[in-house]
Ligand binder design. Structure first.
Ligand code: SAH
Ligand code: F3S
Length: 432
């Protein structure tokens, strides 16, 4: 009988993909089957995030819980960014953990399960050409990594310390993955990296010059690919060529993530983001002009060290001017190994919380206005999931969740839908 694997994934899309790789490796090489029941698992894994302090606390409460409910001889392993960052300290604090596997060492999963006490967290490890076994958690959407690590040094961010320097995956390997995915039924290809539009700056074993715009063209030429999405691009690298390809290639979905972080040029400089408020606005206006139907999402941090009321108002000003359709907003969280954690003038929690709620309130009001305009619009939706009450849900080209009445036969199809009801976070419509 096969052994059972339970895995919990925290954090970003890269972590979701890393978990898929772990599941695939353990299945093909070690005969593990997934289970959703911890108490029957032989191996329990948590794939962690360390980008803010909250998910790190969550790690220790989760593994404590695993330890109480697991079978007596089941192993617990800690993977991902917090594994990279805390390393052996995890086993010191929680001796029942049998191994620690960093975010850049995923391909070593089949080794560490046989090495009690193993700590594999080398951030210089190069797995950019490792051929992982196949597994996809979604039938119609395939996540595909195009790079590992991140070369930016944003002063608030722990990712460069947990995932190491940026290396692009050679295009022939990416195209092979894309072909495999569409042969397996995928309609949508989701390209992943910390900084996707910096693609091609450094390969470890490929010597032609190719950039992200070239890669987008190559992926869109693969037969069977119907939709392309990617995350995350960096505003600094949104050059004309890239925007033109985004606008003109019909397979590229018209939603763009533009992580702003702050609207104050002074704070952006302290964050080492490499752009100013004016540059960001210029790119966003250009994008709206070239692609009128685009939805723009963003990430914003409030309460960065020394942020004044005026700085914060600059952020609100950009939010208003760009009219982001989606905002992921966070209170600044000082992270170990990052320059900003040592900056003077850290902002009191209370002020950061107050700014966060002002930002969210303002954005909710904007969304209420925006959703009114959705009624009567027509969207192309890729249906992916059955929902209670006889509904099927999917995402529109511009990345809104849309549901219609229907059943299994809609799954995996891209169909036109006319919107009849609009809420802040989801739309309902009827098939045309
Ligand atoms: N390149 C990735 C960044 C990963 S971190 C991307 O663009 O998605 C994701 C988001 O978490 C960042 O964009 C930032 O808004 C937020 N973040 C990162 N470090 C943070 C910190 N120390 N405190 C609060 N939010 C942070
Ligand atoms: Fe982090 Fe900045 Fe890279 S937010 S992941 S260092 S682009």
């Amino acid at each position: 009988m096969g052994k059972k694997l339970y895995i919990e994934t925290l954090g970003c899309a890269m972590n979701v993909r890393d978990s898929e790789h772990i599941i695939a490796e353990l299945n093909t090489r070690e005969n593990y089957e997934l289970t959703e029941n911890i108490s029957e698992a032989d191996l329990i894994l948590i794939n962690t995030c360390s980008v803010r302090e909250k998910p790190v606390h969550k790690l220790f409460s989760e593994i404590g819980h695993f330890n109480r409910v697991k079978k007596p001889d089941a192993k617990i392993g800690v993977c991902g960014c917090t594994a990279s960052h805390l390393g052996e300290e995890i086993i010191k604090r929680a001796p029942y953990v049998s191994f620690v596997l960093g975010a850049r060492n995923v391909s070593k999963i089949t080794e560490v399960i046989h090495k009690p006490g193993a700590v594999e967290v080398d951030i210089d490890y190069d797995e950019s050409t490792y051929a992982f076994s196949d597994y996809r958690s979604s039938l119609y959407k395939a996540y595909i990594n195009i790079s590992i690590g991140c070369d930016k040094q944003c002063t608030f961010c722990i990712v460069p310390a947990t995932r190491g320097e940026e290396i692009s995956i050679p295009p022939d390997l990416i195209l092979k993955e894309v072909k495999k995915a569409v042969e397996g039924g995928a309609k949508e290809i989701f390209l992943l990296g910390q900084n996707v539009n910096n693609y091609g700056r450094r390969f470890s074993s490929y010597d032609k010059r190719i950039d992200f715009t070239d890669l987008l063209k190559m992926v869109s030429e693969v037969e069977g690919v119907e939709r392309i999405r990617f995350t995350s691009p960096h505003p600094l690298h949104m050059d004309e060529e890239f925007l033109k390809e985004f606008a003109e290639n019909p397979k590229i979905c018209k939603s763009m993530h533009m992580p702003l972080q702050s609207g104050s040029s002074r704070i952006l400089k302290m964050m080492k983001r490499g752009y100013t408020k004016e540059w960001f606005l210029d790119r966003a206006y250009k994008l709206r002009e070239m692609v009128p139907q685009v939805r723009i999402s963003t990430d914003i941090i409030v309460g960065f060290p020394s942020e004044t009321e005026e700085d914060f108002e600059e952020t609100l000003d950009v939010v208003e001017k760009v009219g982001f359709e989606q905002i992921f907003s966070f209170k600044y969280s000082p992270r170990p190994m990052t320059p900003a954690s040592e900056f003077e003038d850290q902002i009191p929690q209370q002020i950061a919380s107050e700014r966060l709620s002002r930002l969210q309130q303002m954005h909710n009001d904007m969304l209420d206005e925006l959703s009114k305009n959705e009624i009567g619009k027509i969207h192309e939706v890729l249906f992916e999931e059955l929902k209670p009450g006889g509904y099927v849900a999917g995402r529109s080209d511009n990345n809104q969740i849309v549901k219609v009445k229907g059943s299994e036969e809609l799954l995996g199809k891209i169909l036109k839908v006319k919107i009849t009801d609009a809420k802040r976070l989801s739309l309902e419509g009827e098939l045309l």
